[in-house]
Design a binder for this molecule. Structure first.
Ligand SMILES: *Cc1c(COP(=O)(O)O)cnc(C)c1O
Length: 399
């Protein structure tokens, strides 16, 4: 692609696409492993992964082959019919944890949250009648952009311009057991928590907070929903981020990495909840189609393999040590390290967006979380050598 074509692609995007994102001036064209290449042939080490989506990186032969084979065989028939890949993926997901008995497939994280909210309302109505409709979420939360998901998303900027959103949402303080206790009463049907917050700044839930949420939900007949759309599927070194706490939620929302870039969302739920959902209560045209679920089946098998998870833990420990060295060296710039596994945040003294752009200029893609946190979400397949490379580039960018 010539420089002119490149300018055209940027110009066309800016002229015709609804402008809801700030994008840099390069145009990405191709990916290989943990690297992306723009139309000028420039290489970027990718510590964004399409926002925690491309867990297996780019150009994975098994993913590419599965897409080609399944696309030739059958892409979509709707949920009016059985297909084998959806059932097989459901079996894999449900049997991954003793907590769950069923799964519902949608097309995105927000849809997984919407489904979980509807199931919680349905369950509450079946067991307690009308009026038990409130939902408790945390400060710093992000659950999506639809009217239900955005209602339980803390940032006012995302919510206020669209009021009235779903009524009944209330916010409490993340990791504050006393505040949670005060927020829950008999009118609450669900509590929604990210075991590791993504957009909210990479804060990690204390096991005691999750345990308290479990106890309080049980006491008040509310369902506990964990949003692992970003932190789930191996990103923190275990298959599910909440595993470390020993707490079992009633529902688990999963999405971003599940099909390595094809759109999918899923809610795992208990049999007790499933028992209150009837035919026709919820639905989707595209959700769980054979193409997406065939790919997700491959992704799930790969990531849930103990050898793969051990690799994530090893490389995450290596990253952690490297980040601690960097933070010690640049102690006036990097104020705090956050997150867990391959989901890390650096709280900076200055602007995260400025740091992100400097990193980009040096050939490293990073994300941000809020105004002052740089967010690192590399593909889970990174090796120590990619940590060394990233930290060298980040060091240059932050200096
Ligand atoms: C991205 C995200 C969502 C929303 O997912 P979409 O696919 O963008 O709708 C919800 N919760 C968390 C924790 C997320 O990171």
């Amino acid at each position: 692609m010539t420089a002119e074509h490149r300018a055209d692609a940027v110009q066309t995007d800016r002229e015709y696409l609804l402008q809801t994102y700030v994008k840099p001036d390069f145009v990405l064209e191709r990916g290989a492993g943990v690297y992306l290449f723009d139309t000028a042939g420039r290489r970027y080490l990718d510590y964004v992964s399409g926002i925690a989506v491309n867990a297996l990186g780019y150009g994975d032969p098994e993913i590419t082959q599965t897409i080609a084979t399944q696309a030739a065989q059958l892409i979509h028939v709707s949920n009016l019919y059985h297909t084998a890949p959806a059932g097989e993926l459901a079996r894999l997901l449900v049997t991954s944890s003793p907590a769950f008995a069923r799964v519902f497939f949608g097309n995105s994280g927000a849809e997984a949250i919407e489904a979980a909210l509807k199931f919680a309302r349905r369950y509450a109505r079946a067991h307690f009648g009308e009026g038990k409709t409130a939902v408790v979420a945390c400060d710093g939360s992000f659950h999506g952009r639809t009217m239900g998901a955005v209602a339980i998303t803390a940032r006012e900027k995302y919510r206020e311009p669209f009021m009235p959103v779903m009524p009944g949402a209330r916010f409490t303080r993340y990791n504050d057991v006393a505040a949670l206790e005060a927020a829950i009463d008999a009118t609450v049907c669900a509590v929604v928590i990210e075991p590791v917050q993504g957009e909210g700044g990479l804060r990690v839930a204390d096991p005691a907070f999750l345990q308290a949420a479990r106890t309080l939900c049980d006491r008040h007949g509310a369902l506990l929903i964990f949003d692992e759309i970003q932190c789930g599927m191996g990103r923190t070194g275990t298959l599910w981020a909440h595993e470390a706490s020993g707490v079992r939620p009633d529902m688990l929302a999963v999405a971003k990495p599940l099909a390595n870039g094809l759109p999918i969302g899923a809610v795992l739920l208990t049999q007790a909840i499933a028992d209150t959902i009837q035919i026709g209560d919820h639905g989707t045209t595209f959700g769980g189609n054979p193409l997406v679920t065939a790919v997700a089946g491959v992704v799930f098998r790969r990531i849930s393999n103990p050898t793969f998870l051990a690799h994530v833990q090893t490389v995450a420990n290596y990253l952690d040590e490297a980040l601690q060295d960097l933070a010690a060296e640049l102690s006036g710039t990097v104020l705090e390290l956050r997150g867990r596994g391959l989901m890390r945040g650096l709280r900076l003294a200055g602007s995260a967006a400025v740091a992100r752009e400097a990193a980009q200029r040096h050939g490293l893609l990073v994300a941000t979380a809020g105004d002052d946190v740089v967010r690192l979400l590399p593909p889970l397949i990174i090796e120590p050598v990619h940590v060394d490379e990233a930290l060298a580039l980040l060091r240059q960018a932050l200096k």
